[in-house]
Design a protein around this ligand. Structure first.
Ligand code: ADP
Length: 266
């Protein structure tokens, strides 16, 4: 039984008073439910790789394995260990982003450097399987370089992971009437409309089995959402199943950085 707030409306109707009672879950209870869901999901996500690791260790302890089987088991265990590491890193990142003790301290963000970093990482992940290019048409901004790197990097890595080999990915930093925008366009698997509004929920995935293969933690877009909340930004997702997606980050122009003195000189 979940505790709920009762809302009582007294509605006059044909000279009689009728009472309508509705139930509403209070904000605190909603937050508590989300916390419980998060713990249940996180435990499940951590248990899966751990089960694989413990299973292999038990086999290795009880059987004489030949060198090739041993090597294959060690490789799988290492992969599962890395999966747990990524998940824990993403969980820590999310909790830092939400912490009130960790307010945003805006600094000058060198956008050229940041975009190059994101491009390099995306190309590294793609390992030559995609055509990835980039256009930088707007200037620097104020914010947290580390957090923006994590948001832009997650969007670029999703584009690589959800685009089959041979596809194209375009990273774009541009100035628009709405604000400065970071855009990632891909020619990947796309997303059907019913999923789009839920993508930034923690652990929400369109296809659970597929994202295991693509090594996702299910927290990438939740991290993007929290970074953008801290930067007064927004995320727009345009996508068509089977055709590709565009993820558009819009940041207010007020975050545009004043030109640095050394850039003005000369
Ligand atoms: P994950 O680690 O599973 O990729 P994310 O939070 O980054 O988690 O993304 C949530 C889900 O959104 C993914 O599981 C995937 O179904 C969908 N998704 C994200 N980016 C893309 C994209 N560029 N193309 C298609 N689907 C995407």
């Amino acid at each position: 039984f979940r505790e709920r707030k009762l809302i009582v409306h007294i509605i006059p109707f044909e000279n009689r008073r009728q009472i309508l009672v509705t139930h509403d879950i209070t904000e605190t209870q909603r937050a508590e439910m989300m916390r419980r869901d998060f713990i249940a999901n996180a435990s499940h996500e951590l248990r899966t790789p751990l089960t694989v690791i413990v299973g292999f260790l038990e086999i290795a302890a009880s059987e004489d394995l030949d060198a090739a089987t041993r090597a294959a088991h060690l490789k799988l265990m290492t992969e599962q260990g890395h999966r747990m590491q990524h998940l824990i890193e993403d969980m820590l990142t999310l909790s830092r982003l939400e912490s009130v003790d960790h307010p945003l301290r805006p600094e000058h963000v060198d956008i050229g450097k940041l975009m190059e970093q994101v491009l390099r990482e995306a190309r590294g992940l793609s390992a030559g399987k995609h055509e990835i290019d980039m256009t930088v048409e707007a200037g620097d901004l104020m914010g947290s370089a580390e957090e923006l790197h994590s948001a832009f990097g997650n969007l670029a890595s999703n584009a690589v992971r959800y685009t089959p080999a041979g596809g194209k990915i375009h990273l774009h930093w541009r100035d628009t009437a709405k604000g400065v925008q970071f855009v990632v366009e891909d020619t990947g698997i796309g997303i059907s409309p019913e999923h789009i509004s839920r993508l930034t929920e923690r652990f929400y995935r369109v296809d659970k089995s597929r994202s295991r293969e693509t090594q996702g933690t299910g927290l990438g877009l939740a991290i993007v959402k929290h970074v953008l909340l801290r930067h007064s930004g927004s995320l727009t997702i345009k996508s068509e199943a089977g055709k590709g997606s565009s993820f558009i980050v819009t940041l207010p122009k007020s975050t545009a950085a004043a030109p640095q003195p050394e850039l003005l000189a000369g």
